[in-house]
Write a protein that binds this ligand. Structure first.
Ligand SMILES: *[C@@H]1O[C@H](CO)[C@@H](O)[C@H](O)[C@H]1NC(C)=O
Ligand SMILES: *[C@@H]1O[C@H](CO)[C@@H](O)[C@H](O)[C@H]1NC(C)=O
Ligand SMILES: *[C@@H]1O[C@H](CO)[C@@H](O)[C@H](O)[C@H]1NC(C)=O
Ligand SMILES: *[C@@H]1O[C@H](CO)[C@@H](O)[C@H](O)[C@H]1NC(C)=O
Length: 811
């Protein structure tokens, strides 16, 4: 096949050579033809006969480097002797024609043969380097062009016609452009924006293909490094950082850490943090941020009660040119801590509270607050002591202090209450506020005497104005409501108007006599004393005063009949001579206006002493014969008889009795004549007279005993009635007391009075008042008040007032 092609080619070339050169032989041979390949029949073409070529020594004139072809001796053909490389022989010049000189001897002749070496595609395109490093800025625009060094191909013509292709890339393409008519330039063109952050380095292969057949290619590695541009702003890993911090977080604590990253490189990647704004703006100095690390720290204390939430706008900036930045938000929610104690305020106080204020009356308005929130701010309130006051919640945070129980100023005049509050934190905080609530007085207490009945003993004949007693009524109310004034109520029970005898000092309650009291005129005076306070309306209390007048021995005994006697009081009587001893001659009768001892009379014979034939009955006053009367006794006896009472000092009266001694008949006559108005008894009538006196004594004793037993009965009944518990009064009017206490067995004094004393259980004491009529105590002190003792406390003991008598000694 190759032979055939060669032959055809040779013929064609020969023909052409002849035609062109006008006899000059031209040959053409492709380069790189094998050694031995016949280029042309040189001898023949030069007109030599067959075989002649050898004889004539056809040969090539040797030229430098022009080896590669030689003339075959035998055939005289031009054959390839060694490798023919067109690129070596001719370089880029075309066509590549070698001038060969052929020498023939015998005759010597020179021929010029032109040998054209034709090109074959035996050289691949070659790039200047197998690898090329390119750096392209990330920010380069689309369709930016970068000049590339193209490949070269040693071949010529179509074999050197290069075309370029780039390995697939969405960002790049190559393009050839005619720089001028002869050269072309190769450009790398950006077809899509570069992103270093996506593909920092592009590894591409640039292939150059020539136009030969077959095509040969050459490649070059393109390493395109994308240079960073600050095209990325730093980004926080969160757009909002939520932080919860208790309000008592100490200064210096880490609040949170913000973190931003920048995908750029180098300084474009380095970031710094700063706090842009803080909301609220007043809190701008509470937080600080570390420029490098993004750590946000607390530099000043927070207060939940002031600000519950902070919003920080944090900015991060890289160090590129120009710098890029972005922002994030840090929301710091402050958590409440129980750092505020509750507060209690008295907003209004209406005091004093009248003691009759009704239950439910509002005393004070309080406001209670706690600056904390939630459970820490939930306040519980109460009053301490729970007392008569309570709290009522009116609306949120407001309470009213109201009265829960009735007040009594006399019991508690002022309250110190404490309103206590506690919040619901843990631990809870407490607060309290004291409220002083004075209670104002209302006239709700009437003056009260300590006893319903006062027993007052007063000596008779005391001076007008002498103090008899001092009464005292208690009124626990205050000021005017408790200021008591005393007065004697009109209309005494004793029949006599009390006010004519006694008066009460309005202020002091002192009772005094308006006039000297006379026992003989008035033994008992009962009147009412009224105590009125100065309240509005006034209240009053009353007490009964029983005034007993104590007898004084102010009346001397009086002989009866006092008026009928002579001035000297001489009495007359008769006695018969020979009358036996013991015969009653006369009876001296005397009365004493006083009572008791003061009225108890004794009769004594004063004159003559010793040897008188008469004697006087000590108490009967009967004058009787001591012995039988004799003549020697004379016709007339004068007896001086002293009548004394038992008072202290004793008072006395003297009676003079003149006894005429007569015959028995005369005596009887005289007795029958009754000339003596004085009680005079004849010897005969002595029996009847003494009998009458005895009867009188018997009746007296019966009367005394009857009164006495009545009194005892009354005492028993009274005691029984007073024995009942809860006796409200200390004493009451007592029934008559009769005291029979005399050495002689007869009654001596009657006191219409008994006294009961109520004694408190626990005290165990009994008041016993003892007095003697001889030494009556001062009237004022006779009534022993036991007013401080609370009434109605216990059992009453009845203590009988014992009147002790001292028998008055006459001598
Ligand atoms: C291209 O870069 C590679 C690695 O970066 C390096 O080894 C090589 O020498 C560089 N070539 C040129 C021509 O600069
Ligand atoms: C910041 O975030 C990046 C990724 O989001 C992380 O790799 C880096 O470690 C974080 N920095 C700190 C200090 O946590
Ligand atoms: C963001 O960065 C901070 C600090 O490094 C880290 O605590 C936090 O968990 C990160 N957030 C996210 C969503 O990765
Ligand atoms: C006081 O007097 C009034 C009327 O005069 C009477 O009703 C009342 O019982 C008296 N009170 C006392 C304690 O005696």
């Amino acid at each position: 096949m190759v032979e055939c092609v060669c032959a055809v080619l040779r013929v064609l070339v020969l023909q052409a050579a002849w035609a062109l050169c006008g006899g000059q032989v031209r040959y053409s041979v492709p380069e790189e033809a094998k050694a031995g390949t016949v280029v042309g029949r040189l001898a023949q073409d030069l007109g030599l006969e067959a075989g002649e070529a050898e004889a004539r020594r056809l040969r090539l004139v040797a030229q430098d480097r022009r080896a590669g072809v030689e003339v075959s001796r035998a055939s005289g053909a031009l054959v390839v002797s060694s490798r023919l490389d067109r690129e070596e022989l001719c370089g880029k010049s075309a066509p590549c024609a070698l001038r060969l000189e052929v020498l023939v001897e015998r005759p010597l002749r020179v021929f010029h043969v032109e040998l054209e070496v034709t090109d074959i595609n035996d050289n691949a395109p070659i790039f200047p380097a197998t690898r090329k490093n390119l750096s392209i800025a990330e920010s380069s625009m689309v369709s930016s062009r970068f000049l590339l060094e193209g490949a070269s191909d040693a071949d010529i013509g179509a074999n050197a016609q290069l075309s370029y292709t780039l390995s697939p890339s969405e960002h790049f393409k190559v393009q050839e452009e005619n720089s001028n008519s002869r050269t072309k330039s190769l450009f790398l063109i950006i077809t899509k924006p570069l992103d270093r952050e996506m593909v920092p380095v592009h590894n591409l292969v640039l292939t150059a293909s020539d136009g030969g057949r077959p095509t040969l290619t050459g490649t070059m590695e393109l390493v395109i490094s994308v240079l960073d541009a600050n095209d990325n702003a730093p980004q926080f890993n969160q757009s909002v950082y939520n932080v919860h911090l208790p309000e008592d977080t100490v200064e210096g604590m880490l609040v949170t850490r913000v973190n931003a990253s920048d995908p750029d490189e180098g300084s474009n990647r380095d970031v710094k943090y700063e706090i842009d704004t803080v909301l609220p703006s007043s809190a701008s100095d509470i937080f600080s941020i570390d420029v490098e690390s993004g750590e946000i720290r607390l530099i000043s204390a927070m207060d939940y009660e002031a600000i519950t939430m902070y919003e920080l706008h944090v900015k991060v900036t890289d160090k590129g040119t120009p710098p890029l930045s972005s922002q994030c938000k840090v929301v710091v929610e402050v958590l409440d801590v129980n750092d505020n104690a509750p507060e209690v305020w008295v907003t209004s106080l209406s005091v004093p509270v009248p003691e009759d204020a009704s239950v439910g009356t509002v005393v004070a308005l309080l406001s209670v607050s706690d600056r904390d929130s939630g459970a820490n701010g939930r306040v519980r309130c109460w009053v301490w002591p729970s007392g008569p006051f309570g709290l009522e919640a009116t609306f949120a945070g407001s309470y009213s202090l109201v009265l829960r129980e009735a007040l009594d100023r006399e019991r508690v005049s002022e309250y110190e209450v404490e309103v206590r509050a506690e919040d619901g934190g843990s631990p809870a905080l407490r607060a309290s506020r004291g409220v002083r609530v004075p209670v104002s007085d209302v006239n709700d207490n009437a003056p009260a005497f300590s006893q319903a009945v006062y027993t007052v003993l007063a000596r008779e004949n005391n001076a007008a104005g002498a103090e008899l007693a001092r009464l005292w009524a208690q009124d626990p109310d205050e000021a005017g409501n408790g200021r008591v004034s005393y007065s004697v109520a009109e209309g005494g029970v004793g029949g006599a108007a009390g006010s004519s005898y006694v008066s009460v000092d309005a202020e002091s309650g002192r009772v005094w006599a308006l006039q000297p009291l006379d026992y003989e005129e008035l033994q008992v005076l009962q009147f009412e004393v009224r105590a009125v306070d100065a309240g509005e309306p006034p209240l009053c209390g009353n007490a009964t005063v029983q005034l007993f007048v104590l007898d004084e021995n102010d009346n001397a005994p009086a002989l009866l009949p006092a008026s009928s006697g002579s001035g000297s009081g001489t009495l007359w009587a008769w006695a018969a001579w020979g009358a036996p001893a013991g015969q009653v001659v006369a009876k001296i009768r005397a009365v004493d206006a006083d009572s008791g001892y003061n009225a108890w009379l004794r009769y004594e014979l004063w004159e003559p002493r010793g040897k008188s034939p008469f004697r006087v009955g000590l108490y009967s006053g009967e004058v009787s014969t001591a012995r039988a009367l004799e003549e020697a006794d004379g016709p007339r006896q004068r007896l001086v008889i002293v009548v004394r009472d038992h008072g202290e000092p004793a008072r006395s009266a003297t009676a003079t009795l003149s006894v005429s001694l007569v015959e028995g008949a005369e005596a009887a006559l005289a007795a029958g004549a009754g000339s003596s108005s004085l009680v005079a008894r004849s010897a005969m009538g002595g029996e009847s007279g003494s009998g009458a006196a005895a009867a009188t004594n018997v009746w007296l004793v019966v009367a005394i005993c009857a009164v006495s037993s009545l009194f005892l009965l009354a005492v028993v009944l009274y005691g029984a009635s007073r024995w009942a518990p809860r006796a409200a009064v200390l004493a009451g009017p007592g029934p008559t007391t009769l005291v029979c206490a005399s050495e002689v067995g007869s009654w001596s004094y009657s006191q219409r009075h008994s006294r009961s004393l109520c004694v408190a259980d626990g005290a165990g004491k009994s008041d016993l008042m003892v007095f003697s009529p001889n030494f009556p105590p001062p009237p004022g002190s006779m009534v022993k008040d036991t007013h401080p003792e609370p009434p109605a406390l216990g059992t009453c003991f009845v203590v009988n007032l014992v009147l002790e008598y001292k028998t008055g000694k006459l001598w």
